[in-house]
Design a protein around this ligand. Structure first.
Ligand SMILES: [Ca+2]
Ligand SMILES: [Ca+2]
Length: 274
């Protein structure tokens, strides 16, 4: 490697890490892609139709994209910016009005975030609230009622504005996100309000903390050994380069974008002896 190449890189690292250690770290946020743990995440679907209520639950699968500030220390703020949650099972609801019966069954039900709410502040035990989120539904509900039968596509229903509460915690290099959702929407059939449907539940998802991407030698800290590896790949291009750590979907080149992630990861780590 040429001397001026190293000089440029070191200069860049110096600038970025200096900036990163001050107010910059309050602004820079990294996108974390959380995967829902379907073993322990589930929702309850409850629908009240003409005074009768039934409910059914389902495991959920999906992902949640979350911005967290760069840098070490406790997580002080959070922004859940997108999610897609799918019900893994069919929902079956049964109704009886004296001698009349009705059934509702779901196909491919899901929830998407159409618009993320405001940035939430995280307290010392990881709790936060994110308000004014807009959610849309996916999939369809087939109904067979004494008065009508047919199918409703959730995508055609009005979006729902809802707040949610969550808890974000870190164990070593793994982040755990626990989100409670409570979505209620009116059931409207041919312009008539026939009841309400509500989806409640707790979703638990996991992601690696962003700086693990810069831990090239997998020793749980970002230090001079990782810098040496980063330097050896500086300005190279190709597939599967270990130092190609930005953006989240690698772009096949190790440049300033990757350096920014590396610099913000610099000296991050956790003590395995703890
Ligand atoms: Ca390392
Ligand atoms: Ca890159």
């Amino acid at each position: 490697m040429k001397f001026n190449k190293i000089l440029n890189l070191c200069l860049g690292l110096l600038i970025l890490s200096t900036v990163g250690s001050t107010s910059y770290s309050q602004i820079v946020a990294w996108d974390h892609h959380f995967i829902v743990d379907s073993q322990i995440s589930n929702v309850m679907v409850e629908a009240t139709i003409m005074g009768q209520t039934d409910q059914d639950n389902s495991a959920v699968v999906g992902w949640i994209d979350v911005d967290l500030p760069a840098g070490n220390g406790p997580i002080s703020m959070i922004h859940v910016n997108d999610l897609a949650i799918d019900l893994a099972e069919q929902i079956e609801l049964n109704y009886r009005w004296v001698f009349l019966t009705g059934q509702v069954s779901s196909t491919d039900l899901g929830i998407d975030m159409a618009q993320a709410g405001s940035i939430g502040l995280v307290n010392e035990i990881g709790q936060f609230t994110q308000v004014e989120n807009i959610f849309t539904g996916r999939g369809s509900m087939a109904y067979d009622m004494p008065f009508a039968s047919g199918q409703v596509a959730l995508a055609e229903m009005d979006p729902i504005t809802s707040d949610f509460a969550g808890v974000i915690t870190q164990q070593d290099t793994v982040l755990k996100l626990e989100m409670s959702i409570d979505l209620e929407f009116p059931l409207i059939l041919d312009g008539s309000d026939i009841g309400t449907a509500r989806i409640t539940g707790t979703i638990i998802a996991y992601a690696d903390i962003y700086w693990t991407r810069a831990d090239f030698n997998s020793d749980n800290s970002i230090d001079i050994s990782d810098l040496e590896i980063f330097l050896s790949h500086w300005l190279t291009s190709g597939q599967d380069i270990i130092a190609d750590i930005a953006p989240l979907e690698p772009d096949g080149v190790v440049n300033l974008l990757d350096m920014q992630v590396f610099a913000n990861s610099w000296l991050s780590g956790y003590d395995v002896s703890q």
